[in-house]
Design a protein around this ligand. Structure first.
Ligand code: SF4
Length: 467
């Protein structure tokens, strides 16, 4: 969904393509090299690990250099126009590599593939294969078709596919935190969103396979899993609801931290909140996208809750889990949004004081309900102006929230050394705030440490280990 925080964000289209690298298995090698690059949400990144697993099984090895690849895949995002443009620009860069190696197979996977279908083949002569998110098992077969001289498309959506039996290969991870997809698709029809059209109907994955994946990750040294779905609160598999699943995963091991994303305000239950309280290893953090603080706009967005409902859910979180971090997504300038209605979004931000937020000016996506029904009539400069104010307001709130964490001790899982200095470790606290502190040789990546927060910026706590 349009709604996930940095490390767990599914629709963070600002993420640049990242290439995956697999270990070579000489027993199975078919001598062909795969290069796969992912854009957009965490779901796409997780899907690339499934794609890699399917092809590894067929003897492919991977490369980080597309110029030496035999198969180049780009796993795409359709959530915003600029995300699609970025993919098209990237495809242009592959042209010279393909000219040197005409046998190279170029494939487009993911949401953009699903949205454009065979039109992609007409628009981009370079592309040989177009594959939607539910058709990855068909990839070896589609590659074969291209080898035989055809171009191939499979964008069939499924009501059953969850890839439950495929163990994703964990790539480019820090070896400490991992994502587990618990469901696919979405049955909500938020009017601004393409996901219901590109990822199909909602399906929940078998709970036992999820618990097994969490256990395997723990045994492999991982210490944090994030349960991933467009709308995790509507998880339901054979009478196991999301609260039950959360408990099952928390019970894998007290040293395995559990996070989840994304929650939908209409579906998050008190049962989930009480389950979070019951287990120390379930992190006290919820990403609860509001999108707008105004009830009329929420109705147009088809979010199926109103301002009062949302505030009541926030009140419930604060009452049941007083120390819970809350983050959100905000859209400014949705169709017909007036100045007064936009002010309701600001006042909602003031009410909740989010730890952080993903904020966007509305941009119409073809095929969505909003594109069909409503005029995109808020002038661009007004949308941008509102966005600037929202971003400023959030920066103040983030700083306020993080200031309340200063002078306190936080339980932090060490994820590695900080990007800025290898003299510092970094990791996140329960509330999902990044914490930076000097390296202490007694502790290593994957250890839990207690960190006293001495100061902060609007995004990071800075402290020292106290044991
Ligand atoms: S339709 Fe709504 S709930 Fe579903 S993925 Fe899109 S924004 Fe999220």
């Amino acid at each position: 969904m349009f709604e996930i925080p940095t490390s767990t964000k599914q629709h963070d289209e600002s993420r640049q393509g990242e290439a995956l690298l697999l270990e070579k298995d000489p027993q199975k090698s078919n001598g062909r090299k795969l290069y796969i690059e992912s854009y957009g949400c965490q779901m796409n990144f997780s899907d690339s690990e499934i794609v890699a697993s399917i092809l590894l099984d067929k003897g492919f090895e991977t490369t980080r250099d597309y110029k030496e690849a035999d198969v180049v895949f780009i796993n795409t995002c359709s959530i915003r126009e600029n995300a699609e443009q970025r993919v098209r620009n990237r495809l242009k860069e592959f042209e010279s590599a393909k000219a040197k190696n005409p046998g190279m197979v170029v494939g487009v996977l993911g949401c953009m593939a699903e949205r454009l279908k065979s039109k992609f083949l007409e628009e981009e002569r370079l592309v040989d294969v177009v594959v939607g998110p539910d058709a990855y098992r068909d990839l070896p077969n589609l590659i074969e078709k291209v080898d035989e001289g055809s171009r191939a498309v499979n964008v069939l959506l499924s009501r059953e596919e969850t890839y439950a039996d495929i163990s994703p290969v964990r790539l480019n991870t820090n070896g400490v935190t991992a994502f587990i997809s618990i469901m696919r698709g979405c049955d909500n029809m938020c009017s601004f969103c393409v996901v219901p059209f590109t990822r199909g109907r909602e399906r929940s994955r078998d709970s036992q396979s999820i618990v097994k994946e969490a256990r395997d990750l723990f045994d492999a040294g991982y210490r944090e899993v994030t349960l991933l779905g467009q709308n995790v609160d509507s998880y339901n598999h054979e009478n196991t609801n999301f609260a039950n699943l959360l408990e099952m995963v928390a019970l894998v091991n007290p040293l395995l931290r559990v996070r989840f994303s994304t929650s939908h305000p209409k579906d998050i239950t008190d049962e989930v909140l009480y389950t979070m309280v019951k287990y120390d290893n379930i992190c006290k953090y919820i990403h609860l996208p509001v999108q707008s603080g105004n009830s009329r706009i929420l109705k147009l967005m088809n979010r199926t809750y109103d301002r009062e409902w949302y505030k009541e859910r926030v009140d419930a979180i604060r009452r049941i889990i007083p120390d819970c971090g809350i983050s959100t997504d905000v859209i400014t300038g949705f169709c017909s949004e007036t100045e007064e209605e936009y002010q309701d979004t600001l006042s909602m931000m003031d009410y909740v004081k989010y730890d952080f937020a993903y904020m966007f000016a509305y941009s119409e996506r073809p095929g969505t309900l909003a594109a069909k029904r409503y005029a995109d009539d808020v002038p661009e400069e007004v949308k941008k102006q509102r966005l600037t104010e929202v971003v400023d307001r959030q920066r103040q709130h983030s700083l306020e929230r993080l200031t309340t964490y200063v002078g306190k001790v936080h339980n932090v899982l060490i994820e590695g050394t900080s990007k800025r200095s290898d003299k510092d470790y970094c990791g996140r606290n329960d509330q999902n705030t990044m914490v930076v502190f000097p390296v202490d040789e007694r502790y290593k990546k994957g250890d839990y440490v207690r960190v006293y927060a001495e100061t902060c910026t609007s995004a990071t706590l800075i402290g020292r280990i106290i044991g």
